[in-house]
Ligand binder design. Structure first.
Ligand code: PMP
Length: 357
């Protein structure tokens, strides 16, 4: 395979960008009088040294993730959620008013929003009605685009994309292909991370917001070639991952076994919910799931959505998205939350069958 060079795809102003140099780019230790920080730690979490700026290169976290994920620290970008990685990739590669990205609806909404904010065109190569990738149409759309966003497992459809087709797109597309794996820890499929050495146009995104239970700290990851990551690091704000986030992430990443046990429990709940929901007469399909949510097809889904909310059970209506007619996206909760969901379904089912006069 001819080596793919992503550099020509970068916006010229990004290629020639002289990045900001923070004090911590020069020295990390010593009597640090170089960053106009306050020498006195705030009373809040004094042990966390919040009077100091965070490590802009988050070296400790990258080292830990390097071991966990089997990639080099220089192949890791960290952001304020993976939403920041999406935004940075679009700003790095796409010229406003000129360039385009490819998305595969129905899919995660932020690819389009981030592109719209940048005045970047969005080309659609929809998934097939069974939610599989239409690889040929993605490759065709990619011909005049800078970035392709593929989400596997996909939100809101819950399925993972076929790895043979992902590889087909990676080989054929002359642009950067982002595989968003926010839900990979719930999937029976393998991560695209194992192809990083093979495809210089591959970016894999993951997050601590889902399986790791840390949506509140906002930590997203992008893995790619050293070249792509080096530009992401230049474009990001210098201190984009705050100290409390770095410390919390390090603590949780030290205990992967604990998280595996929690994921296992969620997967059992997912299976239990799928079976239980399928028994309600109004539910005519529970789509297979590789994620921590189920896409459930219910007759008259919009009114179910509203009446469930009136019962204090909040799910996401997705019936208005392509191929998702009658779709409710239901997150797998704790056993108690799932019980409450099933109870509400039970109650509303009974009411439908015996409408009050
Ligand atoms: N990608 C997908 C597919 C998602 O569903 C989400 C969040 N719902 C994100 C990315 C953003 O995750 P983060 O919390 O890391 O910004």
């Amino acid at each position: 395979m001819p080596a793919f060079d992503p550099l020509p795809l970068l916006r010229p102003n990004i290629r020639s960008l002289k990045p900001y140099r923070s004090a911590r780019d020069d020295f990390k230790t010593g009597i640090l009088l170089d960053a106009n920080e306050n020498p006195f730690p705030a009373e809040l979490h004094p042990e966390a040294q919040l009077n100091r700026y965070p490590d802009p290169h988050y070296d400790a976290l990258r080292d830990r993730l390097s071991t966990l994920k089997g990639v080099q620290p220089s192949q890791i970008f960290l952001g304020n959620g993976s939403d920041e990685a999406i935004d940075i990739l679009i700003r790095m590669f796409c010229e406003p008013g000129k360039d385009a990205i490819v998305i595969t609806p129905p899919t995660y909404g932020m690819y389009r929003v981030s592109a719209d904010i940048q005045d970047v065109r969005v080309k659609e190569a929809p998934l097939n009605p069974d939610f599989s990738l239409d690889a040929a149409s993605v490759i065709e759309a990619a011909a005049c685009a800078k970035l392709v966003f593929l989400c596997s497992p996909n939100n809101p459809t819950a399925n993972r994309l076929d790895s043979g087709q992902l590889r087909e797109v990676l080989s054929a597309a002359q642009c950067v292909v982002v595989v968003d794996e926010a839900y990979i820890d719930f999937s029976a499929g393998e991560s695209a991370l194992r192809w990083l050495g093979e495809f210089p146009n591959l970016v894999v995104m993951q997050t601590l917001s889902k399986a790791w239970g840390l949506a509140g700290i906002r930590l997203g990851m992008a893995f790619a070639s050293e070249t792509i990551i080096s530009y992401m690091m230049r474009v990001k704000p210098p201190y984009n991952v705050n100290t409390l986030t770095q410390q919390a992430a390090l603590r949780v990443l030290a205990e992967p076994e604990r998280i595996s046990a929690l994921v296992k429990q969620l997967l059992q709940e997912r299976a239990r919910l799928a079976v239980a929901l399928a028994k309600f007469p109004a539910v005519y399909k529970v789509e297979p799931s590789d994620a921590n949510f189920l896409l459930v097809r219910v007759k008259d889904a919009l009114s179910w959505y509203k009446t469930l909310a009136a019962e204090n059970v909040i799910v996401r209506y997705r019936g208005d998205q392509l191929h998702c007619a009658d779709g409710l996206r239901i997150t797998v909760g704790s056993p108690e939350e799932n019980e409450a969901l099933l109870k509400a379904f039970q109650k509303l089912s009974a009411e439908i069958q015996q409408p009050s006069s």
